[in-house]
Design a protein around this ligand. Structure first.
Ligand SMILES: C[S@@+](CC[C@H](N)C(=O)[O-])C[C@H]1O[C@@H](n2cnc3c(N)ncnc32)[C@H](O)[C@@H]1O
Length: 344
């Protein structure tokens, strides 16, 4: 069998049946990205598996895998969070699926289409070795990364883009949670961050009670499982990091005199997105970037039982762009990021 671990960032082997495991947002984003099309998807969550399709690809119960010969098949696990991916790997191993041989994760599956988009929007060739390191660090990190390995890799590449174009200014992450994305960025981009302050904004206790009216379908009790002392310990060796603990409505004031090369927003909700963009866009330097996670198609219909995507971020970003001049947009559905670039 070919070794997809080595070549997974290039192309899948020809002639194999590609099957996606998952029929939620990750599956939708992989299909929208559109480089490879699985013959079918299997789902253990979709209540109507067997009777529905996602973007034209049939969704079947997991038992459909039993009819396939693992030697002739590649299963792609279409889930964003590494804990979910690991659980599915564990289920597939006894069925003859081995990671790197006939089993691959979302990040490797979508690397090539992300690379095409980076070339198109940023004239940038993505660094495969950097991807491999970020991917590996996300398998072994103690903190939970909600940006995903491919997303963290994209942020690292965007920082290198700022370095290469001489875009000066500080860097911010709004929505840090346990700090996993920020930590990987610090480890992988020391040269970009050496002369800049990295501002990390979070309540470190979950969403603000003032936010969420526009996202009523979204559970609002997430992200409370954070120990701030663990976060402080994680960043204690980095002199260029400032932790801004509190709700954005109170803490963004502290950087109103700063200039930003890149501000990364990952806090899910409409109100927080709107507040962040209004406070920080004027602080972004010419050619600088504001990056938003969870920018998704607001009309997407997922099979019954799959978690609905958030809509608040897309709504806030679209509203802002429709009333603001001088914003170029680059969308990366592989990671659900949208990059706003300030015209000079
Ligand atoms: C999706 S998590 C961030 C994940 C992190 N970027 C990562 O990649 O692992 C969202 C975070 O946003 C924070 N958050 C949401 N709304 C906020 C607000 N209005 N003020 C401060 N923090 C907020 C939550 O506390 C939570 O930790």
């Amino acid at each position: 069998m070919s070794n997809l671990w080595q070549s997974g960032t290039v192309d899948l082997p020809a002639g194999k049946t590609i099957v996606g495991y998952g029929a939620g947002l990750a599956a939708h984003q992989a299909l929208v990205s559109g480089r490879h099309r699985p013959r079918f998807l299997v789902s253990d969550r979709a209540e109507n598996a067997g009777t529905v399709s996602l973007d034209g690809v049939p969704v079947l119960p997991v038992s459909a895998l039993e009819a396939l010969d693992p030697a002739e098949t590649v299963v792609v696990v279409l889930a964003f969070q590494s804990q979910s991916v690991q659980k599915i790997f564990a289920r597939l191993r006894p069925r003859g699926y081995i990671y790197g041989e006939n089993l691959i994760d979302y990040d490797r599956f979508c690397f090539a289409s992300l690379a095409e988009r980076a070339r198109e929007f940023l004239c940038r060739d993505l660094d495969r070795e950097l991807f491999d390191r970020v991917h590996l660090s996300q398998q072994t990190t103690e903190a939970d990364n909600r940006t995903g390995a491919l997303g963290t890799f994209l942020i690292a590449e965007l920082l290198r883009h700022c370095r290469d174009l001489g875009i000066e200014g500080d860097v911010a992450e709004l929505g840090v949670y346990q700090g996993s994305n920020a930590l990987t960025i610090l480890e992988e981009c020391p040269d970009v961050l050496r002369a800049r302050t990295f501002h990390l904004f979070d309540s470190f206790s979950g969403f603000s009670p003032d936010d969420g009216a526009a996202d009523s379908h979204r559970p609002l009790d997430d992200f409370r499982d954070v120990s701030f002392s663990d976060v402080e310990r994680r960043f204690s060796d980095f002199e260029n990091v400032i932790l801004h603990k509190g709700y954005f409505s109170e803490t963004l004031e502290a950087v109103q005199e700063k200039a930003f090369a890149l501000a990364y927003f990952d806090a899910d909700l409409y109100d927080a997105s709107r507040d962040a963009i209004e406070a920080l866009w004027p602080r972004v330097v010419p050619n600088g970037l504001m990056v938003f996670h969870d920018y998704v198609d607001r009309c997407v219909q997922l099979p019954k039982g799959e978690t609905k995507p958030f809509r608040g971020v897309s709504q806030a970003v679209d509203e802002f762009c429709s009333r603001t001049d001088g914003v170029k947009r680059a969308s990366f559905p592989e990671t659900t990021h949208i990059v706003l670039i300030k015209s000079d």
